[in-house]
Structure formats: structure tokens, C-alpha cells
Design a protein around this ligand. Structure first.
Ligand code: GDP
Ligand code: MG
Ligand code: ZN
Length: 291
């Protein structure tokens, strides 16, 4: 039977297979081959005891991706959740999240939650700044269910890692996405009693067949140590078209003359908010590099 590791703890792996969760041990042969099963791995399991849901992992299917921190296999995309207010969005932080996710080569969905608290101007500000950033932007309200169906469609069949500051509604969103499944199937095993554990381990939450959300304490260090001042601009996707107009090929769009990006900021074609975030992060990367 095939399943997916949704949690690994103390040498045991919990595998979601056919709407049940099996407690598994990895066969010794993995260690011999230097393979460490990861949360997110798709596995073939050999059932030892159906009643008690015990099984062995007999093989791990090839990974299509692997991220290091947190250690997870087969993540397809990331969802960054911010709130339109309460807490007020910190756009500098949002850009850091976007950069971190591009560093992991994951497509990114930006979710702006708590739209029930917003006015049209606040929505427009975000649309104008982020619609061109290379990420899809979705506006939601968990409170009145706005946009939740769209999120459901975007995550279907995928493993999505969720990030964002605290208080924006991440848990509320995950609970809402999950509760619909529970009501439909009513068979999610209670093998994992999440309430009892407050570990810092990564865990996949089954939402639907082949649909998982990664609830992780990861993405906690938001410093940009490993981004150089030369490459930071590459994470600002919307600069690219205008960079062709810069006089210098290696223009970093800071104080160089004849800069296509700065012109585009002046004319309103590139978001000033994004450009100013870029300048702030550029200075920060430059400072850090000195040490
Ligand atoms: N007004 C409003 N409040 C929300 C919404 N979503 C979540 N909240 C509230 O925001 C608070 C923080 O939510 P929580 O899910 O714990 O945020 P987390 O820290 O990101 O997991 C809770 O009081 C939620 O009820 C929403 O769409 N609108
Ligand atoms: Mg939470
Ligand atoms: Zn330039």
C-alpha cells in the first residue's frame, strides 16, 4: 500500500494511507543505504497489524523536491498568510518571506486574510504593490468564508507549506480547510493526538486525498544572510522588464545613472512600496556582509 509520511517522531513514522494513519518503523535497510525518511515522503508500506494500524516502510519513492529547513520532502508550493489589519501588514516582512520561498524554488501564493475588516483602499494598496511580484495574490476572510473556495482549489492535490506572522489567521484557515474534510469522510484517525504534543516537529495535515498542508515552525529565521547585494534584485521579479533599460548591465538600481527600474518607479509602473522595501533590504544585506 502507498502512503505519505505526515509525521516523524522518535523513530516512528506516521503514514497516511487509504484514509487511515499507520504507525510505521523504517526497515533497517534504509539506514544501510543512507536514506532517512522525511515528512512528505511517499512510501510503500507493508501492513503488520491492520487492527492496530501498524506497518513497516518497505521503500521510499523518489522525491521530487527536498527542503532543508524544515526538513521536508515533496513540498509543491508555499502560502504566505498576512492580515489586512489586526495585525497591520508589515510589507518588509512579506518581502522577506517571498525571498525565502524563492530561495527554496517554491511557487508562492500570497493570502491576505481578514478582508472583512478592510476597505477598498487597503485592498488596492496591496493589489498595486503585489500583483506584479510573481506570486498569486488571494484575498480571504476566514470569518465570512470569502476566498476560501479559491484557496481550496489552489491547494488541491498539492503539499503546501504555510507561513506568516502570528495572529493573521493561519490556524483558523487550516482548521476551516480541514473541517470540511472531516465532515465529509469522518475517518481521520485519532492516532495522532495533536493537542498533546507541542513539539517543534514539522507535520503534514491531510486535507484531502493527495492534499496536505505543512504546519511548521520553520521560516522562523528571517534574516537574509545568504542573499548577496548583487542577487537581491533578482528576487524582485517585476524589476526584470525595466532592468533592460538600465545603462549598466550590472545595475543594482540604487544610485546608478540611467536606471530603468528607478524610472519605472517614478512613472508608477513599478510599485514604490516594493522598491523601497528593496532599498531597505539592500542596505541590510550590505551591512551584514561586512562582518
Ligand atoms: N476579523 C477576522 N478575524 C479573523 C479572521 N481569521 C482569523 N481571525 C481571528 O484572528 C485571531 C488569530 O487567528 P489564528 O488563526 O490563531 O492566527 P495564527 O496565529 O496565524 O494561527 C483569532 O482571534 C481569529 O479568530 C478573519 O478572516 N477575520
Ligand atoms: Mg496558529
Ligand atoms: Zn537600474
Amino acid at each position: 500500500m502507498q502512503g505519505k509520511i505526515i509525521r516523524g517522531i522518535g523513530g516512528f513514522y506516521y503514514i497516511n494511507a487509504g484514509n487511515s494513519i499507520y504507525e510505521c518503523k523504517a526497515k533497517g535497510s534504509f539506514r544501510k543505504d543512507g536514506i532517512r525518511p522525511l515528512v512528505g515522503d511517499d512510501c510503500i508500506i507493508d501492513i503488520l497489524d491492520e487492527k492496530n494500524r501498524l506497518a513497516n516502510i518497505t521503500s521510499i519513492l523518489p522525491r521530487h523536491s527536498e527542503i532543508i529547513r524544515p526538513a521536508v520532502a515533496n513540498v509543491d508550493q508555499a502560502m504566505i498568510i498576512f492580515a489586512i489589519s489586526r495585525p497591520e501588514p508589515n510589507f518588509n516582512l512579506l518581502d522577506r518571506f517571498i525571498i525565502q520561498i524563492s530561495q527554496k524554488d517554491l511557487p508562492c501564493i500570497i493570502v491576505i486574510n481578514k478582508m472583512d475588516l478592510a476597505d477598498d483602499d487597503q485592498r488596492r494598496e496591496i493589489e498595486e504593490a503585489y500583483v506584479a511580484c510573481g506570486c498569486r495574490v488571494v484575498f480571504t476572510s476566514v470569518s465570512n468564508r470569502e476566498g476560501v473556495e479559491e484557496i481550496r482549489k489552489l491547494i488541491k492535490g498539492k503539499t503546501t507549506t504555510v507561513a506568516g506572522p502570528s495572529g493573521v489567521g493561519k490556524s483558523s484557515m487550516i482548521n476551516l480547510l480541514q473541517s470540511a474534510v472531516k465532515m465529509q469522510t469522518g475517518v481521520l484517525s485519532d492516532k495522532i493526538d495533536r493537542g498533546k504534543h507541542t513539539t517543534r516537529h514539522s507535520e503534514l495535515i491531510p486535507i484531502d486525498e493527495d492534499t496536505y498542508i505543512l504546519d511548521t515552525p520553520g521560516f522562523s529565521s528571517l534574516n537574509l544572510f545568504d542573499v548577496s547585494t548583487d542577487t537581491l534584485k533578482d528576487y524582485y521579479y517585476e524589476f526584470e522588464d525595466y532592468a533592460a533599460e538600465c545603462r549598466f548591465l550590472d545595475c543594482k538600481h540604487i544610485s546608478e545613472p540611467d536606471c530603468g527600474v528607478k524610472k519605472a518607479v517614478e512613472s508608477g509602473e513599478v510599485s514604490r512600496l516594493r522598491y523601497e522595501n528593496y532599498l531597505t533590504l539592500y542596505r541590510e544585506c550590505k551591512e551584514k556582509r561586512k562582518y
